[in-house]
Write a protein that binds this ligand. Structure first.
Ligand code: AMP
Length: 280
């Protein structure tokens, strides 16, 4: 497996593969790789001839009081894990190479970014959409793999690519959990042992809603009451949001009549975790 840091090198490498008729698959990440990321790489390996994984902690998608400075950076072990999962190239550029000057250009997706994480993290999705566009311009993949753990991100990026005729197929991949149910996240590393135990409350709350829905409950009010009561019973947890939204428009729904997503963001201490469940 090759480690590339230079922009020209990744452009040339991908261009060459395209000219040879190869399918280029791309997995954008911020590193601190875990089984969630690796599931994306494995999927790309099955479907593509050249698999490129980017590892770039993108400063423009973090708010001023967020965890950019302390975000885990573990490039060496990430490369070993990526290689084992079938990655051909890790692209890990320096921040100065990606942003050699103050960028004056932003990619903004309306409406879909107004609620959920967009409301709690102003500017976050502008940062995401801009860096994804920038990385797509460098890597020029045919297919890009996104986890449904970040459900809103998937919907926003998919719409951005459709609106701008980007010509990259966005492939959604299932959310991967720990055996006990906690959604895998690079931010789980921040949790103290007590917070790690308490963090299971997100999965418990979603499971309760899932059971209720399976038993015929469709009212958003009732499903959310169940979820909020479960979350609020955990003293270490502080709810940022718990919402039931349409799976396509991301607008709040009154009842589950079409596919809907129950989306949560919950603080455990300073660590903000997200999780979701698709109901259809
Ligand atoms: P990140 O490094 O957090 O920016 O995530 C990079 C990609 O991995 C995104 O498409 C995420 O949705 C995906 N991802 C992160 N955690 C998981 C997970 N637990 N299951 C599936 N995909 C994930």
């Amino acid at each position: 497996m090759k480690l590339v840091t230079e922009l020209d090198e990744i452009r040339n490498l991908s261009e060459k593969a395209r000219c040879e008729g190869k399918v280029v698959g791309f997995v954008p990440t911020m590193g601190a790789l875990h089984e969630g990321h690796l599931s994306l790489i494995r999927r790309a390996r099955q479907e593509c001839d050249l698999v490129i994984t980017s590892i770039f902690v993108n400063p423009t998608q973090f708010g001023p009081n967020e965890d950019y400075a302390r975000y885990p950076r573990t490039l060496e072990s990430d490369c070993a894990l990526a290689e084992k999962a079938g990655c051909d190239v890790v692209f890990a550029p320096e921040v100065e190479a990606i942003y050699p000057r103050e960028p004056l250009t932003k990619v903004h997706v309306d409406k879909l970014t107004e609620g959920l994480c967009g409301r709690s993290r102003p500017g976050h999705f502008d940062g995401v959409c801009t860096v994804v566009t920038l990385l797509f311009n460098l890597v020029r993949p045919h297919k890009a793999y996104f986890g449904l753990k970040d459900y809103q991100q998937y919907v926003v990026v998919k719409r951005m690519c459709a609106d701008l005729h980007v010509g990259v197929e966005i492939v959604p991949c299932p959310l991967v959990r720990e055996p006990d149910g906690l959604a895998l996240s690079s931010r789980n590393k921040y949790l103290s042992p007590e917070e790690r135990k308490a963090a299971l409350v997100l999965f418990r709350a979603l499971e309760k809603a899932k059971k209720a829905h399976q038993s015929g409950e469709t009212s958003a009010q009732n499903l959310l009451k169940l979820v909020r009561e479960t979350l609020e019973a955990e003293p270490l947890a502080r709810v940022d949001y718990a919402e039931l939204v349409d799976a396509e428009t991301l607008e709040p729904v009154q009842a589950v009549q079409r596919p809907a997503v129950l989306a949560l963001a919950v603080y455990l201490g300073d660590t903000r975790l997200i999780d979701n469940l698709i109901l259809d």
